[in-house]
Design a protein around this ligand. Sequence first.
Ligand SMILES: *Cc1c(COP(=O)(O)O)cnc(C)c1O
Length: 375
Amino acid sequence: MQKIQMVDLFNQYQQIKNKVDQKMIEVVESSAYINGPEVKSFQAELESYLDVPHVIPCGNGTDALQIALMALDLKPGDEVITADFTFAATVEVIDLLKLKSVLVDVYNDDFTINTEAIEAAITDKTKAIIPVHLFGQCANMDEIMRIAVEHDLYVVEDTAQAIGSTYTFPDGTERKAGTMGHIGTTSFFPSKNLGCYGDGGAIFTSDDDLAHRIRGIVNHGMYERYYHDEVGVNSRLDSLQAAILRIKLPLLDEYNAKRRAAADFYDNAFKGFDNIETPKRREDSHHVFHQYTLKVKNVDRNALQKFLGEKNIPAMIYYPVPLHKQKAYTSDDYSDDQFPVTMELIDQVISLPMHTELSEEQLTYITDSVKEFFK
Ligand SMILES: *Cc1c(COP(=O)(O)O)cnc(C)c1O
């Protein structure tokens, strides 16, 4: 059996190696390394895949979030609500822009932002909500969009972990993750569901004015060459990365189906184990399993991680420390009892290997090993 990886990028590359290698040479020989035709084609292909009028490629998923917030003309001290249980990039950009991050708790079954907690956190200063489509499925977008309309708030969807996921509104309308709010952002970090071989990101919007604004911000605040209308940033997707993404985008649905098949295998294997709670799949969202995250109860979760490690099975804790307890983001306004779910999850969650190349032999070995621990 091949060594089990948390994310197996090597074997995925082997399947597309010929195309990738040839394309890399083509791009290098073209010498159009920045803003070349590969980037423009990728942009158009992603617009078509997502069914969204504007995709603006950028340097990475964190930049995408920062640029999205910059485009909204918020003032220092304006409040932006996001989840306590997520990767720090989301809250980092809020604070970096001198906005006030307001962290709220998540649901205890699907780990996405709790919409009642959002409503409770709204003040006169609240200007935006950043739902994170955590681990591969969409947050409760119907409710989030209802709250946003009622309180006149912007919604920026952090889709770094959920590209290719869909969400179905109660009226039956189906939308791709990242295309429901005012702006959506994503990351093409290698381990994401659509990953390149370096850094990359993108911003999506249906709003022509926001799209224009974002195109200026990513390019030093220039709307006309050498005329800087505002303070912008330099954030670009390079041509080599775009070329890789053009090869992988047509495979994204297949990649996500493979992740779902691995998740099905895990789900079935853990049926009937009272101390193992398999991840909930929201009925309104198609889960693309960026992570497969179990909740384990009445056991020492860290002992399980160590046990698996000794059997050469990597398993990760996403996330071990809530954002409200991080030195950089803590505040006197927060107390642990505002985050009862997150405080429980940090001791219960464990993510198993999840990628497109898991063999049945590997999945069997992983699930047998987890079960052995619970015997
Ligand atoms: C990965 C990730 C990001 C940041 O993406 P980078 O490309 O690494 O900057 C932001 N938000 C979430 C939820 C992520 O998982």
